[in-house]
Design a protein around this ligand. Structure first.
Ligand code: ATP
Length: 736
């Protein structure tokens, strides 16, 4: 194929103009060849299961064999005492309690729901229990957190935290998402059949069999439903075989049917032996029936903690006289609604605010007096635990990961699937490339060799460099912050390292990322009649492709630096504008203050512009009449201060910039790991009180098991401890 007397092979070797470009193209081609040369799983490197012995006893470390057996979960009891979380406001010198002296317990095989009105501290408590409360100098957190009777941090056991937002790679199917997560987290399962069986079991358990081969989807392409996404989130977390599952508002945004299915899944997980803790705002009756235990919070304080179902209703109905209970839940009313109304402030009038506030204060006060009885009546003692649980070893939190290259390969596969399958995005990018090439090509239509065409050429090459950089940057900053959240979540699970992730992303995106500059160049080049040889055309495409990747790398850094897509969209283009000003055309760096003179050296637009100018002007003759006219391209390059340099030099400079942004992204992602608030011990006098409560608890459980006092006696005790009637105003359910 001839174009200006050169062959296609030379174009490929000319890409990038030096060794770096050739290496990148060769590596990408080799990987693509491997990807297409056979079915996915068969391409996996033959890795032996590392250190997995099928005869290993169950030790809670989540080996592959353990995970395939349903119900084989290391039992964990979490107990928390006197959790107090305060938020100080330096301006007003005030302290606000987000959680005030909250205690409770979550046990294996039980589903605990943290309920309460909006802003009552449910998510805060869930975060504290999961050790995921974001650190802040304004926040002070104290209390005791025990895991299986031992003071512990969340690093000592495996837990899953299912957040409200569901973040996935949108182009993967449900099965692929689970399968890749399993491959990353369970390198022990090396055979394809075993992994398929594992994923099928998981799909079945989560009720996702029917949607197994549907794409997850996103805002652009409709995928699976919200409830299915929630269950897929759970599935991804379950692969690590967590003992404890935390789920923040699992039903938010779901219709009643989906909400019930999600809660049913959580209930089944609890029945399999997991300790399940979820926060929930106001569940419907059928969802409430699934809870084993509840914690009722209002304004950060406990109103009730203990078994769910009838117990809280019986507890609240004991306020007042037995003959005339004050807080009685009528038969036809959803208990969850009754409880929510009971502990919510009624803002309909000043009087109702005051009376509901008094009622809540009374309930909080009352529960704090009798919480020892309520909370610890069903506690598992240390002795019971040691009988029922396998020994908690240091191995519990440690998991063996696949090697660096295995991680790289899996992540490369995923990045490739995401980039190549994203039809709507790719179509829009292709259309935009063609549209901008047609616009530029029309404006700079068939440039001749006149003196004025010199300025036109420079203008066109400058807008080409700007357009390429901006297109790549905005695309990256638009998607990377979301992807970063997924990566952070997966890295928190210990699935992989940053190095393989970033390298796989760079390489997997080369073919798709290179397609758009090529489309742009293919349309623009002949329209504008730029230097018409095939090798020049190849170099033109190579230069804009490398620039596009360097701009994407800069977008990654911006995305890693700021918290949201919106912020990245604001910061990225602003930063690029600085590089644009120093892009080699608008201002001569030598004429600017000395502090700005380094900017052109790091401006990817300048290097791309310089490379494009050298490619275009060198060897070009211009029509000239006067002695001061520019006669050839070399003279034009001298005017731009680009004389004496080569294309290779500019591509190396761009590659360095690309590498710099990649390294910066790496460091930012490494450094910007979420920091969580430390739980400080409560004051010593409170600990002493707790120890007394502990001995009381043990005595109580032992005595209770021996004597089993009649329920009436417990009721009369509670009756005695109820707040005085002037403190607790009658509670009237609205609309009854
Ligand atoms: N880091 C923080 N800085 C300032 N206020 C905070 C912080 N964390 C929590 N809060 C406040 O603490 C209160 C409890 O928040 P939390 O998210 O725990 O409530 P919630 O019960 O989960 O509410 P919802 O059901 O609406 O999600 C809210 O008023 C919230 O604004």
């Amino acid at each position: 194929m001839a174009f200006g007397g050169k062959r296609v092979g030379q174009v490929v070797t000319g890409l990038g103009g030096n060794g770096v470009g050739r290496v990148l193209v060769a590596v990408a081609a080799a990987l693509l060849f491997r990807l297409f040369s056979g079915p996915g799983p068969a391409l996996l490197p033959d890795s032996e299961p590392e250190g997995h012995d099928e005869n290993d006893e169950f030790d809670g470390d989540g080996g592959a064999g353990e995970k395939l057996v349903p119900g084989n979960v290391f039992p964990m009891t979490i107990r928390w005492r006197n959790i107090t979380c305060s938020l100080s406001d330096k301006a007003s010198k005030s302290v606000r309690f987000l959680l005030n002296n909250v205690s409770g317990e979550a046990k294996p095989g039980r589903l605990l729901a943290i309920m309460g009105p909006s802003g009552s501290g449910k998510t805060t408590l869930l975060n504290v229990l999961a050790g995921q409360l974001i650190a802040s100098p304004r926040v002070h957190l104290s209390g005791l957190l025990e895991v299986n009777g031992k003071p512990s941090s969340n690093k000592a056991y495996k837990f899953a935290y299912v957040r409200q937002e569901d973040l996935f790679f949108s182009q993967l199917t449900v099965r692929e998402t689970l399968s890749l997560a399993a491959e990353l987290q369970l390198p022990e399962i090396s055979s394809v059949e075993e992994r398929c069986e594992y994923v099928n079991n998981l799909l079945f358990k989560l009720g996702l069999v029917n949607s197994a081969d549907s794409r997850v989807g996103d805002a652009k392409v409709r995928g699976i439903s919200g409830g299915e996404k929630k269950r897929l989130s759970l599935g991804c977390e379950l692969i690590a075989s967590p003992s404890v599952i935390f789920s923040d508002e699992p039903t938010t945004g779901l219709d009643a049917f989906q909400a019930e299915r999600v809660m049913e899944t959580l209930r089944q997980l609890a029945q399999d032996g997991h300790t399940v803790i979820c926060s929930i705002h106001q569940p419907r009756g059928s969802v409430y029936d699934k809870f084993d235990d509840i914690v009722l919070l209002t304004e950060g304080a406990l109103v009730y903690a203990g078994p769910a179902h009838e117990e809280p209703l019986a507890y609240f109905s004991k306020f007042g006289l037995l003959a005339k209970p004050r807080y009685h839940c009528p038969h036809h009313v959803n208990p969850a609604e009754f409880l929510a109304d009971l502990i919510s402030i009624d803002y309909s009038s000043a009087e109702s605010v005051s009376s509901s506030q008094k009622r809540i204060d009374g309930l909080v006060e009352s529960f704090s007096q009798q919480s020892s009885t309520m909370l610890y009546a069903t506690a598992i003692t240390n002795r019971e635990l040691s009988k029922s649980s396998p020994k908690l070893s240091k191995k519990t939190g440690i998991k063996k990961k696949g090697g660096w290259w295995r991680q790289f390969w899996l992540l490369f596969k995923r990045a490739w699937m995401q980039a190549s399958r994203d039809g709507p995005t790719n179509k829009v990018r292709a259309r935009m490339s063609i549209a901008s090439a047609i616009i530029f090509g029309s404006v700079f239509w068939r440039m001749g060799r006149s003196q004025t065409s010199i300025q036109d050429r420079m203008g066109l090459l400058q807008v080409t460099a700007i357009n390429t950089a901006m297109a790549a940057l905005t695309k990256t900053v638009g998607v990377f912050p979301k992807e970063r959240s997924i990566v952070e979540r997966e890295r928190a699970q210990g699935s992989y390292k940053l190095g393989p992730y970033l390298l796989s992303k760079l390489l997997a995106e080369i073919p798709v990322g290179a397609a758009f500059p090529l489309i742009f160049g293919a349309v623009l080049y002949p329209m504008a009649r730029l230097h018409p040889t095939l090798s020049r055309f190849g170099k033109f495409c190579g230069i804009v492709t490398v620039e596009s990747f360097a701009a994407s790398a800069m977008g990654l850094t911006v995305g890693a630096m700021v918290p949201t897509t919106e912020a990245a969209m604001a910061v990225g283009p602003s930063l690029m504008t600085v590089f644009l000003v120093f892009g080699g055309y608008y201002v001569n760096a030598d004429n600017t203050p000395i502090v700005f003179r380094w900017i052109p050296r790091v401006s990817l637009i300048r290097w791309a512009f310089q490379g494009l100018c050298i490619n275009e002007f060198s060897g070009l003759q211009f029509d000239h009449q006067n002695s001061f006219d520019i006669q050839n391209g070399e003279q034009a390059l001298e005017r731009l201060s680009f004389g004496g340099s080569g294309i290779g030099e500019t591509v190396i400079a761009q590659s360095r910039i690309l590498l710099f942004w990649y390294c910066t992204t790496y460091l930012l992602l490494e450094k910007n790991k979420s920091k969580y608030q430390r739980l400080e011990l409560p004051p010593p006098d409170q600990i002493q009180l707790e120890q007394q409560l502990e001995s009381f608890n043990t005595d109580f459980v032992e005595k209770r098991s021996q004597l089993e006092p009649p329920l009436e006696q417990v009721q009369s005790n509670l009756q005695l401890e109820s707040p005085p009637s002037d403190q607790v105003r009658p509670f009237i359910l609205e609309g009854l």
